[in-house]
Design a protein around this ligand. Structure first.
Ligand code: AMP
Length: 417
């Protein structure tokens, strides 16, 4: 009886060789743009103390209250697989005194994250984000650098159908006042709210604002808006952000209902939405988090950042065709040629040409088929006669042109291509 095979965990995905080049290409562009904006990479561990997330993302948020993969360590500590990266980057920033190296710190990451959400298209339990964090400036120009950076990366990846939504949510005290007013407004309508919103009413009423339920959206049309509760400084900050965005020709929409699901944000928040990927349409979210560093034990450091979901970006990019591609396939004829094939392959590889050859001792025809399947640009045929006469056939598989080359000239042939 065949042993039952083990399957991957629900909500996780294998990235197979046929698709990994999309990831590599996306990562290459991220590295390129991050460098152009002066951001350096940081890598943080896959798990952290659970407290880090409950103290930053917030106890009442969906992420912390329902979605974390938390486990007890054998020594009794309470650990969590990272559900988001900002908290970890901030922890590392404080722990390694990065603010003492520069007054402004620009960091980016590409990372795997874990949330126990209900899996569907564009929503997974292990997913990947890239993101950037800019520490040390309270000025609107820092907001603009972060939004421009995200926008440039999306452009370079080739996502066009994208909308930038922005809002401002002011300080914590403004939000607390607003929450009271929002609850006062919603209370008479409580019975008309969905179960999810009723649950949020006490714990996290702001989240009711980003409901997808049309009946609730209609109720909210008359709700008080957060903007009315902001300080003059908050409003001035937002005006400057809008002015600079216009100056840079970065299109945006103001969305007074945009709130974001994490507690640490203040002032500017934003999302990039794709119109092409179904219900899970947020590609990127970000905002200012001026109190987070001090809240986690560091010195007062106004900061802003974004995180973008890589699976969703791939869903939003078209043009997914790209076959495998190698420089040379060596066709081996007969046992005596094997040693020559190995030598020739490694020689070419040392010159940075990619090379494959047969490992199954198959027929000439099957080997040529394999060369085509791999999209090899050239094939070299090595058999006993070729070795005896020191004349090797090198075939350009695009043009079909074939040339006889002595072994010592094969490298020269490739170098001159
Ligand atoms: P957040 O950290 O919740 O602000 O999310 C930032 C971005 O990460 C979102 O806009 C999505 O593109 C992506 N994202 C968040 N959660 C998931 C998930 N469960 N699966 C796939 N992508 C996600």
């Amino acid at each position: 009886m065949k042993t039952k095979s083990i399957q991957s965990i629900k909500g996780t995905q294998d990235i197979l060789p046929s698709e990994v080049h999309f990831w590599q290409e996306m990562e290459r562009k991220i590295f390129e743009e991050m460098a152009l904006f002066g951001f350096s990479e940081i890598r943080t561990p896959a798990f952290e103390n659970t407290d880090l997330f409950s103290r930053s993302v917030g106890e009442q948020t969906d992420i912390v209250s329902k979605e974390m993969y938390t486990f007890e360590d054998r020594s009794g500590g309470n650990l969590t697989l990272k559900p988001e990266a900002t908290a970890s980057v901030v922890r590392a920033f404080i722990q390694h005194n990065l603010d003492k190296i520069n007054t402004l710190t620009r960091l980016f990451y590409i990372d795997a994250l874990f949330r126990r959400e209900r899996p569907q298209k564009g929503r997974y339990r292990q997913f990947h984000q890239f993101g950037a964090e800019l520490f040390g400036s309270e000025h609107p120009e820092a907001d603009i650098e972060i939004i421009s950076l995200a926008s440039s990366i999306f452009k370079s990846i080739g996502i066009d159908e994208i909308t930038l939504k922005i809002n401002t949510i002011g300080s914590k005290s403004a939000r607390d006042n607003y929450k009271i007013e929002l609850k006062r407004f919603l209370k008479p309508q409580f019975n008309k709210l969905s179960e999810a919103s009723r649950e949020r009413f006490e714990k996290n009423p702001l989240r009711i604002l980003d409901t997808k339920n049309s009946q609730e959206q209609e109720i909210l049309l008359n709700a008080p808006q957060i903007f009315e509760y902001l300080s003059e400084d908050d409003k001035a900050h937002f005006s400057e952000v809008k002015m600079h965005l216009k100056g840079l020709n970065i299109n945006f929409e103001i969305d007074p209902y945009l709130v974001r699901g994490l507690d640490y944000y203040n002032r500017t928040i934003f999302e990039f939405i794709s119109n092409e990927i179904g219900s899970q349409n947020a590609i990127c979210g970000g905002g200012r988090y001026d109190s987070l560093v001090s809240q986690l034990g560091g010195s007062d450091t106004p900061s802003i950042g974004f995180a973008a979901g890589m699976e969703r970006i791939l869903l939003a990019t078209s043009n997914k065709e790209r076959a495998e591609n190698i420089d040379c396939y060596i066709v081996c004829m007969g046992n005596k040629a094997q040693d020559w094939v190995l030598k020739c392959a490694n020689k070419l590889r040392s010159m940075k040409f990619s090379v494959c050859f047969d490992l199954l001792k198959r027929s000439l025809k099957s080997q040529m088929k394999e060369a085509n399947r791999l999209n090899a640009k050239h094939a070299i045929i090595i058999g006993e006669n070729e070795i005896k006469d020191n004349k090797f056939q090198v075939k350009d598989l695009d043009t079909g042109k074939q040339q006889e080359v002595a072994f010592e000239h094969i490298i020269k042939y490739f170098k001159n291509l």
